[in-house]
Ligand binder design. Structure first.
Ligand code: AMP
Ligand code: ZN
Length: 465
């Protein structure tokens, strides 16, 4: 496999630390609002990458954080905690907001056939790990205390701007006029590891620490959560391009200063989805969500197809006119696949040959558009029906467009999904009201229909028995 690496700015052969195994980390969502379809572009591309690695025979362990504390309105430690803003907007507690939008994120992912990472860990679960790393950085002289906050000292690094081509002034991200600059910082781009002297008196989540009661900065979570589950050598780290600076730059600074050696070998960055007025972002007020697409009658998988048609390293502009085209293409594609009958014996040799073709083409820096072209080639080929279906099934592991599902099956699934989700919500209400008898009755009712529900920290999840 070949992959563009933002660290070297080259397409490189992908080599892992351990043969056959990939440790992969993804920056998760900040759960103060719904994800917009731009965020989900990043998650779709990262999902494709994970599945492609598995398709190529790698054993992948993928970890993702959920940012539920410490991410301020600007990425540069100024402004207000986004979670607090969300809570105030909705007159709820920060934890209620976190739970609601974490569930909403996974429901969107589910609709887009984005697989759940192997480990999902909220930042608030890992405070001891953060404190441990910050203590280590202080001991080694990479961090300092000022105004009772703890900062990372970027001047200690010879090469802080690892992604290059960056100019300090341009990089004063989001230093907004309405926020006074933090005069405690020794260098412009020093960043907060731990906030103790809070500028925000009503900060909802606070923990005890060796430096007093406070809360972590945003960047520390990804370094610690990654190391907790994937160790000190990471193969692959993903996120959107806006994460390159300051977030990923800071993750590298603190991780490598702490462990004393190189941390992550490959950095995968997905370019932005723009609308006609520029980068799609939540701060613009109105933004596009998967639910909105559904309300307008689109199948979320038509949006997935729209994303797969373009390369992840190119900005992509969204408009409903272009989505209409993708929607039409999706319907046409499915209608071409549906009549392919399960006839003849599967030619395993041919399946392998087409598998290798896909790996070669799409494995060249995640060229999903080539994967779609190959899919049409399969349909046009001389293969018998059974073999065609087998190859399509194989490709659909990566593309995840439900290519072999008939309309009826998809319809039934949608209905089932709605029914189960309504029941889960009803059960959650019953539990909240301490009506455990009703909650158990709902669980049994679902079990009777072959649906198993499991309670997780992020809420109930369901699967077929
Ligand atoms: P957030 O929830 O804001 O922390 O962002 C979640 C992910 O979405 C991050 O990896 C961001 O880099 C990515 N992202 C943010 N805006 C966009 C966009 N317009 N297009 C694609 N990815 C984005
Ligand atoms: Zn991150």
């Amino acid at each position: 496999m070949k992959l563009y690496n933002s660290l070297t700015k080259k397409v490189e052969d992908f080599k892992t630390n351990e043969p056959g195994k990939v440790s992969m980390y993804t920056c998760g969502p900040t759960v103060y609002h719904f994800a917009h379809i731009g965020n989900l572009r990043s998650y779709i591309c990262e999902d494709v990458l994970e599945k492609l690695l598995r398709f190529g025979g790698y054993d992948v362990k993928r970890v993702m954080n959920i940012t539920d504390v410490g991410h301020l309105s600007s990425d540069a430690d100024t402004g207000e905690d986004k979670m607090l803003k969300g809570a105030r907007r909705e007159h709820k507690t920060v934890m209620e907001i976190a739970k609601f939008y974490t569930d909403a994120f996974f429901s969107d992912c589910n609709k887009l056939n984005i697989k759940m990472p192997d480990v999902v860990e909220p930042a608030t679960n890992c405070i001891p790990e953060f404190i441990n790393m910050i203590e280590g950085l202080l001991e080694k002289g990479y961090a300092y205390k000022a105004g009772d906050n703890i900062y990372f000292d970027t001047s200690r690094l010879v090469n802080y701007y690892v992604f290059g081509n960056q100019n300090e002034d341009e990089l004063m991200v989001g230093a907004r006029d309405d926020v006074t600059e933090d005069t405690n910082k020794r260098n412009k781009n020093d960043f907060v590891l731990w906030f103790t002297r809070s500028k925000f008196e009503d900060q909802a989540l606070k923990w005890d620490s060796p430096w007093g009661v406070g809360y972590p900065g945003w960047h520390i979570e990804c370094s610690c959560i990654s190391m907790k589950h994937l160790g000190e050598k990471l193969d692959l780290h993903c996120g959107g391009v806006d994460n390159m600076f300051p977030h990923h730059t800071n993750e590298i600074a603190q991780s490598e200063s702490f462990i004393g050696h190189k941390w992550c070998n490959y950095w995968f960055h997905v370019h932005h989805l723009n609308d006609e007025t520029g980068k799609m972002s939540k701060s613009k007020g109105e933004f596009l969500t998967v639910s909105l697409l559904e309300k307008k009658g689109y199948d979320p998988l038509a949006y997935r197809l729209f994303v797969l048609q373009s390369h992840y390293r190119k900005p992509l502009t969204f408009s409903f006119a272009i989505l209409d085209q993708a929607d039409a293409t999706y319907k046409k594609l499915k209608s071409r696949i549906a009549p392919v009958e399960e006839e003849g014996a599967v030619d395993e040799g041919a399946v392998k040959e087409w598998h290798d073709k896909f790996l070669e083409a799409v494995g060249d820096d995640c060229n999903t558009a080539m994967g779609l072209t190959l899919l049409y080639d399969v349909l046009k080929s001389e293969l018998n029906g059974a073999t065609k279906r087998k190859v399509i099934e194989d490709y659909d592991y990566v593309l995840s467009l439900d290519l072999l599902k008939t309309e009826e099956e998809a319809g039934v699934d949608e209905e089932l999904k709605k029914y189960v989700e309504a029941k889960i919500a009803e059960r959650a209400e019953a539990k909240k009201a301490k009506d455990f008898e009703k909650a158990d009755a709902i669980r049994d009712e679902l079990a009777g229909k072959g649906i198993v529900i499991k309670d997780t920290r992020e809420g109930a999840v369901w699967s077929r028995a």
